[in-house]
Design a protein. Structure first.
Length: 260
């Protein structure tokens, strides 16, 4: 059975080359790009990828479109800041795909030049190799994932390598501009309400979970930084959702007054 590797991109010129080369074993590589202003598309095409340019609808929807655009029913989904390790490539090559509907693998993230083996970032298991006829992407605003409604999932041992942050400022910027706002939107989509206690306790609880309970301290200063940023992200996400609730309440009150 053939396997299609699919990637969604936006301004990933610095990373897309390593990503595509790491999936050169796939029968095809499909890149869905949301109008990059750098050389992402040109680099992808030069490496043999089939590039589709498309407006940005959100993570889940874009990944589902990329999956639907593949020529093969078996799909390997990889992000532009990820690389398939040689060990994972060899493990996939030896798989009998008929034994499961999806395969899950650990993801090893690198932070400030070193791999992170503890805390909330590891093993960070991800379903990335799957039969699209039996699986689909969630349409969450953030942290989208592959759903396997009634099929079987097998776990692989080898790691998918993740190079997700270019430094402290980039990490903080990603939380401020992407993760926290999208996290707040996800809470809204699910009808979640944020209370005083959420604002007070959720950030510290996230820090304790990652740094203490999941042994993030074993990654030294990097583990501390990751746990602090995780707590900040949780606090900011809840604060933004609380702000939404205030605006929604004022809007409802205004409409009620107008109707009277």
């Amino acid at each position: 059975m053939g396997i299609s590797a699919v990637i969604i991109t936006f301004n990933e010129a610095e990373k897309i080359g390593d990503c595509i080369r790491s999936v050169s074993w796939a029968d095809e590589v499909v890149v869905v790009d949301s109008h990059s202003s750098d050389d992402t598309r040109q680099i992808a095409e030069s490496l043999g990828a089939r590039v589709i340019e498309r407006d940005w609808p959100g993570f889940g929807e874009q990944k589902q479109f990329a999956t639907d655009s593949a020529l093969n029913d078996w799909v390997f989904s990889i992000d532009a800041d990820e690389v398939v390790s040689k060990e994972l490539e060899a493990e996939i090559a030896g798989l009998d795909l008929s034994t499961a509907d999806a395969f899950r693998m650990p993801r090893l993230s690198h932070y400030l030049g070193k791999p992170i083996h503890h805390g909330s970032w590891y093993p960070d298991s991800q379903i990335r190799l799957f039969d699209r006829r039996k699986c689909n992407w969630s349409l969450d605003a953030i942290h989208e994932s592959v759903k396997v409604p009634s099929g079987s999932i097998k776990d692989l041992k080898s790691e998918l390598l993740h190079y997700n942050s270019e430094g402290i400022l980039h990490h903080a910027q990603m939380i401020y501009e992407r993760y926290a706002p999208l996290g707040a939107e996800k809470l809204k989509q699910k009808g979640r309400k944020v209370t005083f206690w959420h604002l007070l306790l959720s950030g510290p609880a996230t820090f304790v979970s990652g740094y203490i309970l999941k042994f993030g301290f074993l990654d030294g200063i990097r583990g501390l930084l990751i746990a602090v940023f995780a707590g900040y992200n949780t606090f900011l996400k809840n604060a933004l959702r609380y702000e939404q609730q205030i605006n929604e309440s004022e809007f409802a009150s205004s409409n009620s007054t107008t109707e009277l």
